[in-house]
Ligand binder design. Sequence first.
Ligand code: PLP
Length: 376
Amino acid sequence: MIPFNKPYMTGDELYYIKDAVNRGKISGNGYYTQKCHDFFKEIIGFRNCLLTSSCTDALEMTAILVDIEPGDEVIMPSYTFVSTANAFVLRGAKIIFADSNKNNPNIDATSLEALITAKTKAIVVVHYAGTACDMDLIMDVANKNNLFVIEDAAQAIDSYYKDKPLGSIAHLATFSFHETKNIISGEGGMLVINDERFDERAEIIWEKGTNRSAFFRGETDKYSWVDVGSSFLPSDVTAAFLFAQLENLQKIQSRRKVLWDNYYNGLKQLEEEGVLKLPEIPSYATSNGHLFYIVCKNIEERSQLILFLKDNSVHAVFHYLSLHKSPFYVNKYKSIGLENCDTFADQLLRLPLYYELDIEDQNRIINLIISFFRKR
Ligand SMILES: *Cc1c(COP(=O)(O)O)cnc(C)c1O
């Protein structure tokens, strides 16, 4: 069976974990946490960042930072992972779901203006498959209406919007290092702080609502409870694992991009024949080889293709179910229609893509898909 995903270990993880253990301090904000922060600031160019235990944690931090209060409205795409919504629901927000673009699952930036009310506090955008949302338009609408913007960049490491790294554009951004992402630490995540007004409070929320970080830097003579917060920081063992991955970022990324391009070129003829659709990368965006998907004609065809691939030892999987149709949402709110989101929920199919995927195996997947559509 060709699996859908296989986490890639660079081989340096145990070396750095052993070193972290030998250093004798494995709680949060230790040596490797700093090394990872430095990497993101110096190599990627983020202004400020904090490792977290997950992207979910980082999203929860953003909801606290922008001061979400019960009754506030937060606009986000319906085609996303539950954590994007949950982080804000936990603070009492009402989620206003926006539709996807017709040509890709990202939020339709032209639909935002009409969704804004006096209660709107923030817009959360998701760079699906690591492909940038239309950030200039989104930031313009937000600035005009005094709203915060948060990039859920969970899938978007090493991807760009007009040469700017994703995660560096909105007020705040979040990343995931879950084992299904390009760069991993089992569970793991990061908050990126682009607006300096959030710097001090982010560090406090990260450290259980205390000024512990400032205390250890000698900036205050005692360490006290100063705000709400939680234990959002990962162990230095997790950071050591992550650092091994970061050192191999370019190697991992170039391999994933080769595989992404090979799918694209191999399946292009089917798109030209009008049989299926391939990912569309807008001119302002890039692909970071996070995931490769095709869009089938309807849900029945997709189910048949999944079965056909499974019978031929290939594990392909669909992705998000529309959150505006989830049991949690429909029990609370009146139903809304989001046509493009539903199309991707019903018709999008993700193909195996991981560092160690063999080109021969990948070509077999491509040929299976071609033969499936030729037989129809
Ligand atoms: C993976 C993912 C998350 C959750 O990340 P965790 O690190 O598992 O919490 C959130 N949003 C999106 C868009 C994701 O792809």
